[in-house]
Design a protein around this ligand. Sequence first.
Ligand code: AMP
Length: 599
Amino acid sequence: MAVGSAISSPLGPAACDKDAKALQFIEETTRNADLVQEKVLAEILARNANTEYLKRFNLNGATDRDTFKSKLPMITYEDLQPEIQRIANGDRSPILSAHPISEFLTSSGTSAGERKLMPTIQEELDRRQLLYSLLMPVMNLYVPGLDKGKGLYFLFVKSETKTPGGLLARPVLTSYYKSEHFKTRPYDPYNVYTSPNEAILCPDSFQSMYTQMLCGLIQRNQVLRLGAVFASGLLRAIRFLQLNWTQLVHDLKTGTLNPKITDLALKETMTRILKPDPEMSNFITKECSKENWEGILTRIWPNTKYLDVIVTGAMAQYIPTLDYYSGGLPLACTMYASSECYFGLNLNPMCKPSEVSYTIMPNMAYFEFLPHEPNSAGWTTRDSPPKLVDLVDVEVGKEYELVISTYAGLCRYRVGDILRVTGFHNSAPQFHFVRRKNVLLSIDSDKTDEAELQKAVENALQLLKEFNTSVVEYTSYADTKTIPGHYVIYWELLVKDSANSPSGEVLSQCCLAMEESLNSVYRQGRVADNSIGPLEIRVVKNGTFEELMDYAISRGASINQYKVPRCVNFTPIMELLDSRAVSTHFSPALPHWTPERKR
Ligand code: AMP
């Protein structure tokens, strides 16, 4: 029985005193959502009153909502580019934030092909830590006994660079895992990982994954939950096991470590953990050598109660594959966050993926909402901007774009996420993540928009010029049936001189040319993370796109307004396209990528 099951909270009986405090915090903060928001805005505006950015709008020391709303414009990353560039170049004056910028967080959202740089301040780490500290107390309400075992989480650091002015630039999770908050976290029986810090912090992704998997196998009977940040990450771990299990079972049998593990700190840690265990090795060999990997996760880790991975938004495409490998274990989506700001958590984490709603925590930043008409093109700068709605005033059933003002100095900044209100917890709204604006294709953390795809096609077209060949029409598809997933681009070609048509070799080079032109997050996924497979072109028969139009019209599309969809995922359309494919071509090499930014 849970130690403190007598400690009740409106969310349910807390598992221990620490949980009770966390649940009480959630209750108080959500009950007083509007007051908390008012206080957060006043704090942000007071501390940043003398920043160059706020002074520009003549707030004259005002910290109230009305003045803020009447004087500050809503902005995007592009609007802040000049300020961000100055900070990156070493200008330490208070431009956006009165507190010194401690580092840049590199978002998976891009601007001109490079990751966006989000300035952050030291104390934001505490705010992120606070949100993390609420996750297990909520989970313990639904899954008892998580203190009786461990979590096998595949967590990784990524490469970091320095800006010309000497500030670190790295992903938010890399920053968190390398912080003392994570490295020297106090022991918490409800939050014990099988992966040692040395494995998580190893910068070499093979060594990191290998040792995390090995530790997970060694402690297989203790594992109660399995996870990664995103669904794609957990599937990558399964793929890794498929490719490396023979070496892993060898290590388990002999108690010796794969010589490819060369990181000294990691080797030393693994020597302490790894002992010969022929019985375990035989068991894993038996399971992994079976042809059928259905339910492999529960066979190897039989005590797993749920998978802890984000499967909302673009990650929903992985649900069927995860179900296959896990035999249908519950999928828990616990939080909603970004490099700009951590937003909130799921108060009912064991619900079905389609029902996941995130409760935005009013203490994290000042939140506003731009009403979003699902079928409209959005407002243009010529219209007067629609009014932004406050956190507690959003309406159930409506869609909004999230706009934030943060302690680090972003003011009325459009995050680019579209959310739908599903209900309230006390006076804090809960949101279904609808989608990220303008994202056409996504496999892992990559986000490719229509303009980027268009540019990539144009880049590849250069190679077809000498063959007097053009692309009549194209569309795309994120194929996640393979692990890792990959982009598929359907091309209908117009070959004007059939005696000189482009060879298969040339079309493969076209795949690579497209990859070279995609953004750096895509190329990093291909090169460093191995999270995206080679891009594929499927050439379809002449007339296929006309058939596609006929099909759309037969289903009610207007002939006048018909536009070729630049991305497809509706099964009958995929079937039509695939049945007309005449050849397929894959990128023959990796595109260029280095951690250094172009600008
Ligand atoms: P980044 O700035 O690279 O950290 O990416 C943050 C973005 O990832 C968010 O703005 C969302 O678009 C997406 N994201 C984060 N958490 C979730 C979630 N729980 N469900 C769906 N999408 C998410």
